[in-house]
Design a protein around this ligand. Structure first.
Ligand code: UDP
Length: 142
């Protein structure tokens, strides 16, 4: 398995719940290293651009509104199979369907306020990391 990087966002609902540390702990105990991080309060333009792939979906406007409703914690995770591993730790998009013990099962309320974002493929990971972090601010964990 290859060492990969993925973009993770702790969304406004989870930041408001004060569980950044608990979520970081799950990354760390599962072999994912935080190699870049920042807190940000996204503008509508930034959130809209980040989620541009969902522009035509009925939930797009609400998603942008939610993602700009408070600060988020944004990080690059590095580790073996990081993209799929982070998705496994996150659980299904709808927390009601998320497996027990996943971040969404434990910390999320609903399909729109679902605690975390994680890149879903190598191509999107690369684009999403570059969207938030200049290369010089990403530190290899190896
Ligand atoms: N979303 C939503 N309603 C839906 C589907 C998705 O509000 O019916 C939001 C939700 O916050 C989700 C994000 O849009 O995390 C992106 O959707 P995607 O299908 O890519 O899910 P993810 O990759 O985050 O699990």
């Amino acid at each position: 398995m290859a060492i990969e990087r993925t973009l993770s966002i702790i969304k406004p609902d989870a930041v408001a719940k004060n569980v950044i540390g608990k979520i970081y702990s799950r990354f760390e105990t599962n072999g994912l290293k935080v190699i870049a991080a920042k807190m940000a309060w996204l503008s509508a333009q930034e959130a809209g651009e980040f989620y541009a792939v969902h522009k035509a979906r009925p939930f797009y406007a609400d998603l942008v509104k939610f993602m700009t409703s408070g600060p988020v914690m944004i990080q690059v995770l590095e580790g073996e199979d990081a993209i799929a591993k982070n998705r496994d730790l996150m659980g299904a998009t709808d927390p009601k369907k998320a497996a027990p013990g996943t971040i969404r099962a434990d910390f999320a309320e609903s399909i729109d306020a679902n605690a975390v974002h994680g890149s879903d493929a190598p191509e999107t990971a690369q684009v999403e990391i570059a969207f938030f972090f200049p290369a010089m601010n990403v530190y290899s964990g190896r």
